[in-house]
Design a protein around this ligand. Structure first.
Ligand code: FES
Length: 161
């Protein structure tokens, strides 16, 4: 068994002091140590996107990221996208467009879409599809998801798909 390492992680604006083996993934630490279970464990091998979080605002597969390597980085999980108890606009749009089926993929989709819109407020449907390329929906409900996210685009060219 590896020696455990003491380190801190900044998750959703809070700093957490942790002690963990160096091989533990961010996904394991989030779910098992910090009880932030909104981040899903799907394939656990980088194929499904259910475990997606943001690291310094960029989407990152937490199942492929070692927690100890993320010291000093700003991690955002699905629990951190609400503001003052209000759902994030991406969450509201997904609900309004009936885009949520079983919901397992939604945490990853919401944070990925948030990153896209934060960097690029006017994505086209094709750009949204590309941004969500690592997020697998096992219900295959992609069209409503794209429609919901496109509804948030400020660009008229992105509407209605
Ligand atoms: Fe990480 Fe599937 S659980 S990509």
């Amino acid at each position: 068994m590896s020696d455990r390492i003491s380190f801190s992680l900044q998750v959703n604006g809070e700093t957490h002091a942790l002690t963990a083996a160096p091989e533990r993934t961010l996904l394991e630490v989030l779910r098992e140590d910090l009880h932030a279970t909104g981040t899903r464990r799907g394939c656990d091998q980088g194929s499904c996107g259910a475990c997606m979080v943001l690291v310094d605002g960029e989407p990152r597969l937490s199942c492929l990221s070692l927690a100890v390597t993320l010291r000093g980085r700003a991690i955002t999980t699905i629990e951190g996208v609400e503001t003052g108890g209000a759902l994030h606009p991406v969450q509201r749009a997904l609900i309004q467009h009936g885009a949520v089926q079983c919901g397992f993929c939604m945490s990853g989709i919401v944070v990925t879409a948030k990153a896209l819109l934060d960097h690029h407020p006017n994505p086209t449907p094709e750009e949204i599809r590309q941004a969500l390329g690592s997020n697998v929906c096992r219900c295959s409900g992609y069209s409503k998801v794209i429609e919901a996210i496109a509804s948030l685009s400020a660009s008229p060219a992105s509407q209605g798909h």
